[in-house]
Design a protein around this ligand. Structure first.
Ligand code: CA
Length: 235
């Protein structure tokens, strides 16, 4: 019983909280819950959950306050729950360090898939950095950081410097949605009018080179209007 994953559910709406707790417990997760930002911070510090599901609209503070506090010291995966109207809040939450987001209303299967993926990726990420030294390894997909080379099924994929930098950055945050602005800041250092377009052109080239057909999400997922995410193991 002690080996269950612990999930901290931060949500003030009673209906959603009851529904999500039941859903997660039925899937064999242990659920702790908090209805305010303040209590969530205390619970996180004292229970060290494996994952946090966070509503952004909390009674005492914005959910992003929680993200800021936790990210000062911890890498706990955080999945944000947001209403469709909060597009800007969602992007802001991701830029502050949230791993993924799900838009209300959401389906049970989708939520559970996101939870599994976030838990798995935080584990893979740790294993990758410890076991593989200067390499990122995800099944048949390998990035050699020092040599700046990328391989798929043993075949080298020829990327430009910029394309490689984008791949390296996304792989360093595998499983996490990286917003356009966070990628642009990392790769070019500054945003300008054409930045998003420039990024999209580079991504289109990368996707072509790694054999992604249009609409297909192989290795990299296009989160429309938000950013990109390198997929994790088993996705
Ligand atoms: Ca709320």
């Amino acid at each position: 019983m002690n080996n269950k994953y612990k999930i901290l559910l931060v949500e003030d709406e009673e209906n959603i909280k009851t529904f999500l707790s039941a859903l997660l417990e039925a899937s064999n997760y242990r659920v702790l819950s908090a209805a305010t930002c303040k209590i969530a911070e205390i619970m996180h510090a004292s229970h060290m959950p494996d994952l946090v599901i966070l509503d952004l609209g909390l009674p005492d503070a914005d959910g992003t306050t929680f993200i800021k506090t936790v990210r000062k010291s911890f890498a706990t995966p955080i999945i944000v729950l947001s209403a469709r109207s909060d597009e800007r809040d969602k992007v802001n939450a991701l830029d502050l360090g949230a791993n993924d987001y799900i838009t209300k209303p959401f389906g049970s299967a989708e939520l559970l898939a996101r939870v599994r993926s976030a838990l798995r990726n935080s584990r893979v990420h740790n294993e990758n950095s410890v076991l593989n030294g200067g390499k990122f390894v995800l099944d048949d997909f390998i990035i050699e950081y020092d040599a700046r080379r990328v391989f798929i099924k043993g075949e080298e994929i020829k990327l430009t410097q910029t394309e490689f930098n984008i791949m390296a950055f996304l792989s360093g945050h595998c499983g996490k949605v990286m917003t356009y602005s966070s990628i642009i800041k990392e790769i070019w250092g500054y945003p300008d009018e054409g930045s998003v377009k420039k990024l999209q052109v580079n991504m289109a080239n990368i996707r072509k080179k790694i054999g992604c057909k249009p609409g297909e999400n192989k290795y990299i997922v296009n989160e429309l209007g938000v950013g990109y995410r390198m997929v994790g193991k088993g996705e």
